[in-house]
Design a protein around this ligand. Structure first.
Ligand code: HH2
Length: 378
């Protein structure tokens, strides 16, 4: 388990931009600042300067310009705290506005700045929640499906050998390797851009040796003490996903006071831990972890406020495909029949700031995100 409290980087505040539409003209932005040494002192200084502000659960919520926020922090806490905040707030506002940065890894470029990318799901498992068993036990069949995903328009194929559905039991390491590596290797030989969906450092390492250029870690570095240092030594993109608890128990009454704030802060601190361990900042992707220790309402709120995550300055990945909240919203009980709802969720995610959508139904999703791209650039 990574001890995030111990990392020196975690002491620097995090700034979440909720709305910065007026900011390019030096207008005010709606900001939330966490990790300040004395939030109330900063809020008082902001209020004295005429800003509307509140402290909720140790976070300062305020509508103001970055300059006024930094100045108030300087008056309340001193120069060092103001300087630490300045870089963070400017980067957060810039990240919120700018197109997501491209990912350049393992000799390939994923053009997140140009269009929303589609990651096709290839589960080589007997028990995944929507396609378990379909591509399991026959690597040739799995590779054929991976190639079909690429033909349908997938930019990346995400190969997973362990289900993380609610209630899933862990898979022994050797078994996971046996499932994943031959498929990764065969797809990479066909020049497919491959991601490996694993929480285990050894599986990540072997899959990358077999040709994967992305490690998709649903534990965001907390599942294996060797994961961050392993990824640090590899030329790969690293997906840091938020999960509350672990798959076996994560859906047992998940609770948050403010799910968007808590997921944001967790991802920001996890990214800092990764960088402190040597992971290149420009390789990091963040993911709110739809369905991982969250109720339907939590998932909907995270999608609604997805754009906030762009304040972290990294591409945002969203995996909503066929998940149970879509069943709850639409009344479609069979996961594989939630295609239209999943495409709807991908379009919403794309319109609200996702750079990559992870989906089972690639052809349908590609059409939807092309429309979202066209609207965004019209
Ligand atoms: N969801 C699943 C698996 N991996 N990775 C990221 N980054 N984001 C996600 O939302 C995500 C993920 C669960 O979906 P699936 O792979 O279809 O099911 P299972 O875990 O049962 O294999």
């Amino acid at each position: 388990m990574v001890d995030r409290e111990q990392t020196p980087a975690a002491a620097v505040p995090l700034v979440r931009v909720r709305d910065a539409r007026l900011t390019p003209d030096d207008g005010p932005a709606r900001l939330v600042v966490s990790g300040l040494r004395s939030p109330q002192a900063v809020a008082d200084a902001l209020a004295t300067a005429g800003a509307r502000t509140a402290v909720v659960a140790g976070r300062v919520h305020v509508v103001t310009t970055s300059t006024r926020l930094v100045d108030a922090t300087g008056r309340a806490l001193g120069r060092a705290d103001a300087d630490a905040l300045r870089g963070v707030v400017d980067a957060a506002v810039a990240g919120w506005h700018a197109p997501p940065p491209d990912l350049v890894v393992g000799g390939c470029r994923l053009p997140c700045s140009e269009r929303v990318l589609v990651m096709g799901v290839l589960n080589v498992t007997p028990d995944s929640f929507s396609d378990g068993g379909s591509w399991f036990g026959d690597p040739d069949l799995a590779v054929e499906h991976g190639l079909a995903l690429v033909d349908a328009g997938a930019d990346v194929v995400d190969v997973g050998g362990e289900s993380t559905r609610p209630g899933a039991e862990p898979v022994p390491r050797d078994e996971e390797l046996e499932r994943v590596v031959p498929v990764v290797s065969a797809l990479a030989k066909e020049r497919v851009t491959v991601s490996v969906d694993t929480r285990h450092a050894t599986v990540a390492e072997d899959a990358v040796a077999a040709g994967a250029v992305m490690v998709n870690d649903v534990t965001g570095g907390a599942g294996d003490p060797d994961m961050l240092t392993t990824v640090a030594g590899l030329d790969v993109a690293y997906v840091i996903m938020h999960m509350r608890g672990e798959p076996r128990t994560m859906q047992e009454d998940p609770r948050y006071d403010d799910v968007v704030a808590e997921v944001f802060d967790h991802l920001g601190n996890a990214a800092r831990s990764a960088v402190a361990a040597g992971v290149a900042p420009e390789h990091i992707v963040v993911d709110p972890g739809i369905g991982f220790g969250k109720t339907s309402t939590h998932n909907l709120l995270l999608l609604r406020h997805l754009r906030d995550l762009r304040s972290l300055g990294r591409p945002v990945l969203v995996g909503a495909s066929r998940k149970s909240f879509i069943g709850r919203v639409t009344g479609v009980e069979v996961a594989a029949e939630r295609v239209a709802g999943s495409v709807g969720a991908a379009a919403v995610a794309a319109a609200r700031g996702a750079a990559i959508v992870r989906v089972h139904d690639v052809a349908e999703t590609v059409q939807a995100v092309r429309v979202a791209d066209a609207v965004a650039s019209a």
